[in-house]
Design a protein around this ligand. Structure first.
Ligand code: RUQ
Ligand code: CUA
Length: 620
């Protein structure tokens, strides 16, 4: 049903644009069938994406996994899937969510909806330290790029409901932002009838503070907003550093069928937040405690937020590399609007307002815009190249438009198959984009892969943007659901491959098989286990029914790729320990019997010999 609707909508949209622009709608490329010239195009494309055996890719692509709750890592230009980083969802392949620490980090939740990854930045450029990613359900996580592991999940954050407008970071990773897509009466637990939506339901935008040394996240500031749906964000940079921009829709404050009720007005808003002013206000003790957090009310603390009118139902908002321009579009429009940061500041100084919303001044559209660029129908997101070009994804047109900042001229279009959502250019949202490659993250993939039944894969297409004309290079079929991705030059990352023995400070770590064994205090049992090719020591563990058992496993290998596992289905144990790592799991020995355990990761010729027995002696 959903697809039919979208396809129909696309066809109508494409026809409309075809008529408007006086040209045909883009069609699916059939390069291989178009004769000699096209075949040589295919050969060039093949060469450009071919990474010979043993060679390495040039970029890492971190793609969000949507409601899989994970992050997927691909190499560019090969588009090979290199790794899955579990974040909000247990992942048996790496034992994530089974050991005590990751279990505690996940709480009782076993899924999340991860949309927008944000690489940490220094002076507006990716620094390769951390990757942040939001969960739509009010959480945010930090992955350490030293070992590609999730280290912290913060939240659910009070007051922020439906955290879509996240996890965009400020230029020196001072903050990652959050924003509510679903306004609710706050604090959580307050009940107000849906008829009171316009007045009693509240949106919140928030800055999550990030420790510059450790990356540890904590609650920063929150701002009380009208009950709009806050959609996406981007931090200002260079001249606009200190500001962060959020798109919002449903400024009608409507309920019910939003596709109708929230499309009444011609314009919605981009919220411009002066985060340095918000930070200062909170430091000065301003704000009210709501749900355990200091929340700033723009009525009482003026000057922290303004609304910029934008085409209705905008999705992305993107700040150009020099910070001068802010690009945002109504997603049903045929143009994208470029706002000028200087003009925004002048309008604020001159109080060039056309009204207000719950104490937040609305700037005059005509005074702050520089251009409306006729990119095509259904503009969603914009990324940037190193040479003053911008690339905008067009959902309805199913294409990418390339246009020039400053002259606002649309110079090229390439069709996408099919219905592109986000797009990601190499370092394309930093102060110094790389150009070279762009990945279109398409919503539909029909007809371009072997059929695998109704659950279709996602389609990501690699585009060459190194020349004047964009060229489609490669179709990749990725894990669901790639909302947004970021691409970082591979030489910026230096991941470790083993945890050095000296670094392991785990209190239960043991490095010699003779130190392995069991200690008991009442009915609490601690077992120190050593895993090394090709034995799990001890080879049997004997406990009593009713004991609380903590098993600490140290993989004492210091060799790359020598992972060991510990699988025991009867107690739902599945732990994987990397070289040099110690992990614990705790369980109550509720059922008596003899239960084999074994190493799950193929590690050596005698991997099959790596096994043992848990014996739970029955009571009485
Ligand atoms: S996004 S609704 Cu989070 Cu552009 Cu996919
Ligand atoms: Cu250790 Cu298989």
């Amino acid at each position: 049903m959903k697809r039919k609707g979208i396809v129909l909508w696309s066809v109508v949209g494409a026809m409309a644009v075809g008529l408007l622009a006086g040209r045909c709608a883009p069609s699916v490329p059939k390069a291989a069938k178009k004769g000699a010239a096209a075949v040589s195009d295919v050969a060039v494309a093949a060469q450009k994406t071919y990474v010979a055996p043993g060679d390495l890719d040039e970029y890492y692509l971190f793609s969000s996994g949507g409601h899989s709750g994970q992050v997927y890592v691909y190499g560019v230009p090969s588009m090979r899937h290199l790794s899955t980083i579990p974040v909000y969802t247990p992942y048996p392949a790496t034992g994530y969510g089974f050991d005590d620490d990751t279990k505690a980090m996940l709480g009782n939740l076993t899924w999340g909806d991860a949309h927008h990854p944000a690489l940490s930045e220094t002076a507006g450029d990716y620094d390769g330290r951390w990757l942040f990613i939001n969960d739509m359900n009010g959480r945010i996580a930090r992955i350490d790029l030293r070992d590609f592991k999730t280290k912290q999940i913060l939240g659910p954050i009070p007051n922020v409901s439906g955290n879509h407008a996240s996890s965009f970071v400020t230029p020196n990773t001072e903050y990652a932002v959050m924003g509510s897509r679903f306004s609710i009466p706050i604090p959580k637990g307050t009940v107000a009838p849906i008829e009171k939506y316009a007045t009693d339901y509240k949106g919140v935008v928030a800055g999550i503070k990030i420790d510059p040394k450790s990356g540890e996240m904590s609650l920063g500031w929150q701002i009380l907003m009208p009950p709009f749906d806050y959609d996406l964000g981007d931090a200002g940079k260079k001249v606009s550093d200190g500001w962060v921009f959020f798109t919002s829709y449903n400024t009608e404050r409507a309920t019910g069928k939003l596709e109708v009720t929230a499309s009444q007005r011609d314009r919605d808003y981009i919220a411009a937040v002066d985060w340095k002013a918000a930070e200062k206000a909170v430091a000065e003790g301003k704000g009210d405690m709501i749900g355990g957090v200091k929340v700033l009310d723009p009525k009482k603390v003026p000057g922290i937020v303004y609304f910029m009118p934008c085409g209705k139902s905008p999705h992305g908002v993107d700040v150009a590399p020099d910070g001068k321009w802010i690009v945002g579009s109504g997603k049903l429009q045929g143009v994208t609007t470029v706002f000028n940061f200087e003009k925004i500041q002048t309008a604020i100084r001159n109080k060039d307002f056309t009204g207000e919303e719950d104490g937040i001044p609305v700037l005059k559209y005509e005074s702050i815009k520089d251009a409306e660029v006729p990119v095509g129908l259904g503009p969603l997101h914009t990324q940037f190249g190193p040479d003053g070009y911008a690339y905008t994804s067009l959902f309805v047109d199913s294409a990418i438009a390339k246009w020039k900042l400053g002259t606002w001229e649309v110079v090229d279009k390439v069709p996408m198959s099919y219905s592109i959502g986000h797009l990601c250019a190499a370092e394309g949202d930093t102060v110094s984009p790389d150009g070279k490659y762009l990945v279109g993250l398409n919503k539909l993939s029909h007809g371009r892969h072997l059929s695998v039944g109704p659950s279709q894969p996602e389609s990501s297409q690699l585009v060459d943007i190194s020349e004047e004309k964009m060229k489609l290079l490669y179709d990749a079929f990725t894990e669901p659901e790639p909302h947004y991705a970021q691409m970082i030059k591979a030489d910026k990352l230096h991941p470790i491959e083993v945890y050095a023995k000296e670094e392991n400070k785990h209190p239960l770590a043991v490095w010699d098989v003779k130190d392995a064994g069991m200690t008991r205090q009442g009915n609490k049992v601690t077992v120190k286990v050593v895993e090394v090719r090709s034995t799990i020591t001890p080879t049997s563990i004997e406990v009593n029914e009713g004991d609380e058992v903590t098993v600490a496993i140290t993989n004492i290998e210091q060799t790359t790729d020598e992972l060991h596992g510990f699988g025991l289905l009867d107690y739902n144990v599945n732990v994987v320990v990397d070289p040099g790592e110690t992990k614990t799991f705790t369980f109550k020995a509720t059922k008596g019997g003899v239960f084999p355990y074994y190493c799950t990761n193929f590690c050596s010729a005698l991997h099959q010999e790596m096994q043992g027995y848990l014996i739970v002696k029955k009571k009485g």
